[in-house]
Ligand binder design. Structure first.
Ligand code: NAG
Ligand code: NAG
Ligand code: NAG
Ligand code: NAG
Length: 594
């Protein structure tokens, strides 16, 4: 009997509990949820799909089912999304309504664009945004956060000056590895920090860094004070003036000598046939030990060297392109690198160059040649790449030695695997550089390196020469130097988009399918480019298996697949950019081919 009553009361209790649980209004702050939804919609990640897991209310009292979110009293108090390869731009003011936020952490992602505004977040203690691709200056509203303890912004591409942070609570501050410049403000908070918090910026100066700021130009005394100043000339200054006047001719000679030494370094005009040792020879002239120039490296684990090591090393000309010549350089530490000397970029500003190199230095993909370092001076711009051992460019593999016994034909399978590697590299660039209208901008068969394993599909494909469009300042130069300069929209004076890369990819596909050489670019820019004509000539004459490269047309069982690829090529080379598919669609279709 007692057992039954116990049972009944338990059931009753349970029901009452259920009922009240349902009746109790769920405490819920829609403004906070809206903010997180804005974030969910703005970023993408290949490893986590926020869209499918950030659903329902973010907080249940002090619990949350949302990955990365912590709640307290039904308020969101922390957002931690580290290491998720997040891409995209943060909405600028989305955090405004998460008023109880204490911790914000997006470490080690690929977030782009400006840092988010944090105005009014009185409870915010910790901000970790390091290791991303943020490009703005540091927002002024960060200096008004009253409870800020940590602000980690290292390894981004931030520019501008450091605002005068002076919160006494702020003890963990790091802005190293950015493009900041100007003096470090003389506030107690910022001066207390170790210099490593400021290392590796474009032009930061003053304490706690060892390099002092250049003295501000001394203003001439006002004219009404000049007479007085003149009277103050001492005997010493008269002697000094006399001596220096006497020395002037010598000084002039000295300056001239230095000038010529300097231009001798690396900077001579290249002649057509200086095949090797060219870089090395020029360097020999510069052995001044005072002038050691540190280079910045993106990967500290790899062997490092400075400019002098580079200059002392033996160099071999690998190729001459429109952007400059590339050398294979063996440095003393026993490693090999590839150095590209950009030519005709003397008008390029240091800031633009450094920022672009820092951005490109963060691109990591198996189908991209990695940039390991760079060097800028007024006369000389070097881009240091990893050296990839390869059998040649796609151009060489497709066209060289045709009709000779030494020719090793490129099989259909090899071609298809090359196409796939190129598409993957290009898609990576398109997704990680959405702020660039044309992320690669110079795709063509000679910029595709192939490491070829003859009997398998195991080819290594590397795209090179990518990301230079933002460094090219004139339309004419873009036309002459980059393959997107040959796209129909560019030749018709219209704006370039990422679809110009797709066009260039289509041209590469046609080259691979037909085995025909693309006509070289015309030098006179008055006439329109004839690349479109070439495409039409390939396509118009009876679109059938006749167009296939003889080296692959023999394997009849693959004809269907080849024609499928040809169809993709046709869409990619469509005259109107809107009709061309996006790279992710292209890649999906290529993968379905086999
Ligand atoms: C950054 O995140 C990636 C995964 O997204 C991880 O492999 C890598 O080790 C992380 N790097 C650092 C420095 O934590
Ligand atoms: C914050 O909330 C207010 C009031 O609900 C709203 O008007 C505003 O648009 C919200 N801000 C953002 C950035 O969503
Ligand atoms: C700042 O960050 C850099 C790079 O992660 C690190 O090497 C340095 O030690 C940090 N310095 C401080 C003071 O946190
Ligand atoms: C003129 O010079 C004197 C001392 O050299 C200085 O004290 C004074 O302020 C100056 N006057 C102006 C108007 O700059």
């Amino acid at each position: 009997m007692s057992f039954v009553s116990f049972l009944i009361s338990s059931i009753l209790l349970f029901l009452i509990h259920q009922l009240t649980a349902e009746v109790t209004p769920l405490e819920f702050y829609p403004g906070e949820r809206d903010a997180l939804i804005q974030l969910r919609e703005a970023v993408k990640s290949p490893v986590i799909d926020l869209h499918s897991i950030w659903i329902g209310p973010p907080c249940h009292n002090s619990n949350s089912n949302w990955v990365g979110i912590t709640c307290y009293n039904s308020h969101v108090i922390s957002i931690v999304l580290d290491d998720f390869q997040l891409r995209g731009e943060l909405p600028s003011t989305f955090l405004q309504n998460i008023t109880y936020l204490r911790l914000l952490s997006f470490r080690n992602n690929s977030l782009l664009g400006p840092l988010p505004s944090l105005a009014g977040l009185l409870h915010l203690n910790f901000i970790y945004l390091s290791h991303n691709l943020f490009t703005s200056s540091i927002p002024l509203d960060y200096i008004t956060l009253p409870n800020l303890i940590a602000l980690e912004l290292q390894k981004n591409i931030l520019s501008g000056n450091i605002p005068p942070f002076n919160q006494p609570t702020l003890t963990d501050f790091n802005v190293s590895y950015n493009s900041l410049q100007g003096p470090i403000p003389q506030t107690p908070t910022l001066q207390k920090l170790p210099s490593s918090a400021y290392y590796n910026n474009l032009q930061l100066c003053g304490k706690p860094l060892p390099n002092p700021c250049p003295a501000p130009p001394v203003n001439a005394p006002p004219p009404w004070n000049q007479t007085k100043a003149k009277k103050k000339l001492t005997v010493w200054s008269i002697i000094l003036i006399a001596v220096s006047t006497a020395l002037l001719p010598f000084l002039v000679v000295l300056v001239l000598v230095c000038y010529f030494r300097k231009t001798g370094l690396l900077n001579g005009q290249e002649t057509e046939d200086d095949k090797s040792g060219d870089l090395a020879e020029k360097k020999m002239k510069n052995t001044d030990p005072e002038r050691r120039v540190e280079l910045e490296f993106f990967d500290k684990e790899k062997p490092m060297f400075d400019l002098d090591d580079l200059l002392r090393a033996s160099a071999e000309l690998m190729g001459k392109g429109k952007l400059g010549s590339t050398y294979k350089v063996n440095i003393e530490q026993g490693s090999t690198i590839a150095v590209k000397r950009l030519k005709e970029m003397n008008g390029l500003e240091k800031k633009a160059f450094v920022q672009q190199m820092q951005l490109l230095g963060k691109m990591r993909h198996e189908n991209l040649v990695r940039i390991v370092s760079f060097y800028y001076s007024k006369e000389e711009k070097l881009v240091v790449y990893e050296y990839v051992p390869c059998d040649g460019s796609l151009f060489e593999l497709l066209h060289e030695g045709r009709g000779t016994a030494g020719r090793f034909p490129l099989s259909w399978n090899t071609r298809l695997s090359i196409v796939k590697g190129v598409a993957e590299g290009l898609l990576y660039l398109h997704e990680s550089l959405p702020s660039h209208k044309v992320p690669h901008a110079n795709l063509k068969s000679s910029n595709i390196l192939v490491s070829h394993h003859s009997n398998s599909n195991n080819n290594q494909i590397y795209l090179t020469d990518y990301g230079f469009l933002p460094l090219i300042t004139s339309r004419k130069a873009a036309l002459d130097k980059l393959s997107v300069g040959r796209s129909p929209e560019f030749t018709h004076g219209k704006k370039l988009t990422h679809k110009a890369d797709v066009y260039c990819f289509g041209i590469v596909l046609l080259e691979i399918i037909t085995g025909r050489r693309v006509p070289p670019q015309r030098q006179d820019d008055t006439s329109l480019d004839d690349l479109s004509d070439w495409v039409r000539s390939v396509v118009d004459n009876d679109w059938s298996t006749d167009i296939l490269d003889l080296e692959i047309s023999a394997t009849k069982e693959d004809h269907n697949e080849m024609l499928k690829l040809a169809e993709i090529a046709l869409e990619c080379t469509s005259e109107e950019p809107e009709k061309r598919p996006k790279m992710n669609q292209v890649l999906t279709r290529i993968k379905s081919i086999k």
